[in-house]
Design a protein around this ligand. Structure first.
Ligand SMILES: [Zn+2]
Length: 128
């Protein structure tokens, strides 16, 4: 994205801001607090067994379960993985960590872009 020449005449304005750099380091420290993570969402399901004479066939409250599933997208396809009741909370926590990681990465990326633009401007102004 080219900038008009007039905008690169003021190196003092385009110097990487101390605040952006500091914020970047602060955010990066959030990565140290990251626990094991996994992509996807944990779903809790109640199921019908399919037997016509079973109570679950007519009464939604009599469905079997809960059954837990981890669902995520891979190559555009939805993948479902069955989880034991013991595994479900582990994966649920891990999926929240994954969301946290993505948020953190997005912020770090935006901040990086800002800083890189400033650094590029500064480098350019030294050449002129
Ligand atoms: Zn049933």
């Amino acid at each position: 994205m080219p900038h008009p020449r007039s905008s690169i005449r003021h190196p003092e304005q385009s110097a990487p801001s101390e605040r952006s750099a500091q914020r970047f380091h602060e955010l990066k420290r959030g990565l140290d607090q990251l626990e094991y993570f996994c992509k996807g969402t944990v779903l809790k399901r109640m199921m019908k067994c399919g037997k016509a004479q079973c109570a679950c066939a007519s009464d939604p409250d009599k469905r079997h379960g809960p059954y837990f599933e981890l669902t995520y997208k891979a190559n555009g396809k939805t993948v479902n993985v069955k989880l034991s009741p013991e595994a479900a909370p582990l994966y649920k926590a891990a999926s929240l960590q994954y969301r946290k990681l993505k948020t953190l990465l997005n912020r770090l990326e935006k901040l990086s872009q800002t800083i890189l633009r400033q650094q590029a401007k500064l480098a350019q102004s030294h050449r002129d």
